[in-house]
Design a protein around this ligand. Structure first.
Ligand code: NAP
Length: 277
């Protein structure tokens, strides 16, 4: 079962192959959804300080009865917080919210504040990265990485510290696979996590996708998620509906090569621009 499979990061840390997303889940929904997800077999939960649901996520993890060390928890340093001290403060705040004393993965949410996409924050990102490396070396985080970073944002971090991010979490779904950054990550042993793997639910009626889903007798959502796995990325589907949560992780089927080629050709221009996360 895919729910029992892991990727292995370059530092040897195992990370479950499917993570559960919680963006835009209000605390009460996030609590119920995470509880349902853990019951369904997810062992990897993705949140962020700015999602304002860390407390609910942490409580659901506790109430699930599954041991802390058996759940992989990711959270993120807010995109507008750049610098050494502010990174340590945000890390402590997230741990407090989640009710944990270590994180499995901590990511810089974006290379620039969402209010100023494209701003050059190289110096601030390097300082944040140094703080994350120190927390990692102190055993407070098991893996560190980035999100929404292009190669040009990653290279300065490596040049300044010699530490390569273990993960880059990027927007990745059928027809939007960011080949340049994905290739760079693959070449540098950086695991690509696929966020918005269902295009935030906006591509599930695509006729090619629907036709292929019928052939495999599964939902279009599952074709999207299987596609991410077949591209060696780690999908992070989000849902607040139990039946979808349970079904989305049952991915133990393989797509035929011809179908992957058909899926590769899907491109919906209306989905080129990301929503803010
Ligand atoms: N690092 C970043 O900057 C960043 C940005 C975006 C997202 N993320 C992470 O990636 C996660 C996933 O991305 P996302 O939230 O954009 O959305 P997504 O997983 O691509 O899609 C979620 C949407 O699809 C619907 N859905 C889920 N399963 C379905 C199914 N089987 N059939 C039909 N509809 C289904 C959900 O509705 P219901 O909830 O109503 O079921 C929701 O509207 C986030 O939650 C977050 O953890 C990170």
């Amino acid at each position: 079962m895919v729910k029992d499979l892991d990727y292995v990061l370059y530092n040897g840390v195992k990370i479950p192959q499917v993570g559960f997303g919680t963006w835009q889940s209000a605390p009460a929904d996030a609590y119920n959804a995470v509880l349902c997800a853990i019951k369904a077999g997810y062992r990897h939960i993705d949140t962020a300080l700015v999602y304002e649901n860390e407390e609910a996520v942490g409580k659901a993890i506790k109430d699930s009865g599954i041991k802390r060390e058996d759940i992989f928890i990711t959270t993120k340093l807010p995109a507008d917080k750049k610098g050494y001290d502010v990174t340590i403060e945000s890390f402590n705040e997230s741990c407090k919210n989640l009710g944990v004393d270590y994180l499995d993965l901590y990511l810089i949410h974006a290379p620039w504040p969402w209010s100023n996409i494209g701003q050059d924050c190289t110096e601030g990102n390097i300082e944040s990265w140094k703080a994350m490396i120190d927390l990692y070396n102190q055993g407070k985080i098991r893996a560190i990485g980035v999100s929404n970073f292009q190669p040009s944002n990653i290279k300065p971090l490596i040049e300044a510290t010699n530490v390569v991010p273990m993960v880059n979490q990027i927007r990745f779904f059928l027809g939007n696979t960011q080949p340049k950054v994905t290739k760079y990550c693959n070449e540098n042993n950086i695991l690509v996590e696929a966020y918005s793997p269902l295009a935030t639910g906006k591509m599930l009626n695509n006729p090619t996708l629907v036709e292929i889903a019928k052939k495999y007798n599964v939902s279009p959502a599952k074709i999207c998620l299987r596609y991410c796995l077949d591209k060696n990325t780690l999908p992070l589907p989000k849902s607040i509906h139990d039946e979808r949560i349970i079904d989305n992780i049952l991915l133990d089927f393989k797509l035929e090569k011809d179908d992957i080629i058909k899926l590769d050709s899907i491109h919906d221009e209306s989905l080129d621009k990301p929503l803010r996360s």
